[in-house]
Design a binder for this molecule. Structure first.
Ligand SMILES: [Zn+2]
Length: 419
């Protein structure tokens, strides 16, 4: 759809969504009053800026006062057909409601993203994310199924069984975390199987920053002899609503009729234009969510806009997620994301690492635990210094091998246990 048409569609949906929030939710009535805005004033994306931001803490407080959905919900529980939980590592999870229509919208948006990532009706697609509670389970399953792919609901904890059934299923594609293909390859090798001979041609990954790191992509593609594509979603908003296309040059925003995106300066909240090279925090406003909508929700995900068009013809802007602002730490003025270290390590064939921060403010040298680094500690520390600009001490360590997401950052100064 040409950008001007998308914009018109967005504006029509936005006016309805804001009106519905105002009429049905005391939470949003208060929000709009705070900004001195009436719903009829919000006719275009720019008008949104008059509404104050919504934070996760506010939504959590709303649900604590009025469980389960809080007073930001716009429907009664009787109209909710499913709930998911947010998977945030900090604080109590949010309960997110879906009406029957929300379930359909989520699947349609998900399918648009997964199609971009390469899912097709002739794929036999293994869904290897946790099915419990989170949108990555059922919601993403429904989005993938909507592409027409033949879905195999595998979940986690089934890797050996899956390999035993491999010849019966003949899978061609996998949807998982970034960590899982590595784990599955190791499990296959232990069983005497060569991952490259297993016929998996598409690796669609989700849920971990680092999917855009070139070294990571090369590593997984070499390991399996397939193509890796990254996707993006945020359970507070929709399951999956962005994905890399065949060009592999950033995540295409694919949620056009379900969510409006703003980019803001993380520290000041000032709007930033969505143009190539721009960076900022992603802020989301639902355009078609009935049960638990958000208006101007601060995602804490920091993104860089890579482009607004693409040879593939998609018109959703392309972006890269550097990481969550919660995961960023500062060493003497240098901003560091675990994903920036990841590229450097993967290039050296090193997959497992952990950053241990034992004091705040963080002072160099930063402790970096790396599995399999033996003998190359000094070389790696020098590469970190030259390429990322801070001093670290590299130590060899054995880190947990699991099917789940990899934990990279340990804030020992906040009471976290060392790995
Ligand atoms: Zn594209």
């Amino acid at each position: 759809m040409p950008p001007a048409w998308t914009r018109r569609l967005e504006e029509e949906l936005l006016a309805d969504q804001v009106t519905r929030c105002y009429e049905r939710s005391p939470f949003y009535r208060r929000k709009l009053a705070e900004g001195g805005v009436r719903p009829e004033h919000v006719l275009a994306a720019e008008d949104l800026r008059r509404i104050p931001f919504t934070t996760k803490e506010e939504l959590r407080a709303s649900q604590e006062a009025e469980p389960p959905l809080g007073d930001f919900a716009c429907v009664d529980l009787v109209d909710v057909v499913r709930v998911h939980l947010t998977s945030g590592t900090t604080g109590k999870p949010l309960v997110l409601g879906y009406t029957a229509e929300d379930v359909r919208t989520s699947a349609r948006i998900g399918a648009r993203a997964f199609w971009a990532a390469g899912a097709r009706p002739d794929d036999v697609l293994l869904h290897c994310l946790n099915y419990s509670f989170y949108t990555g389970g059922l919601a993403d399953h429904a989005g993938l199924e909507e592409t027409g792919a033949t879905m195999v609901p595998v979940g986690l904890g089934q890797s050996r069984r899956l390999l035993e059934l491999w010849e019966d299923l003949r899978p061609t594609a996998l949807f998982s975390t970034l960590t899982y293909p590595l784990y599955l390859a190791e499990t296959a090798q232990e069983a005497g199987l060569d991952p490259r001979a297993l016929g998996l041609r598409k690796l669609i990954v989700a849920g971990e920053p680092g999917g855009q790191v070139a070294g990571t992509r090369r590593r997984l593609e070499e390991l399996w002899g397939g193509v890796m594509r990254d996707t993006y979603g945020l359970s507070d908003v929709w399951g999956t609503f962005a994905a890399e296309c065949n060009e592999g040059e950033g995540l295409h925003f694919s949620g056009q009729d379900g969510v409006l995106v703003e980019l803001v300066e993380a520290e000041t909240g000032e709007p930033v234009g969505i143009e190539p090279g721009a960076t900022g925090e992603l802020v989301f406003t639902h355009l078609a969510r009935e049960a638990t909508p958000v208006l101007r929700f601060r995602s804490r995900d920091l993104a860089e806009i890579l482009g607004v068009d693409c040879p593939c013809g998609r018109t959703g802007f392309r972006f890269r997620v550097a990481g969550r602002s919660d995961d960023m730490f500062r060493v003497r003025g240098v901003n560091v994301f675990p994903s920036s270290l990841e590229g450097l390590l993967r290039e050296r064939g090193l997959d497992r690492f952990a950053i241990v921060l034992d004091r705040f403010p963080v002072e160099p040298p930063v402790e970096l635990l790396v599995e399999g680094v033996d003998g190359r500690e000094q070389e790696l520390a020098e590469a970190v210094k030259t390429q990322l600009g801070f001093t670290c001490i590299v130590r060899a360590a054995t880190l947990p091998h699991s099917e789940a997401k990899s934990k990279r950052l340990y804030r020992v100064y906040e009471g976290e246990e060392r790995p």
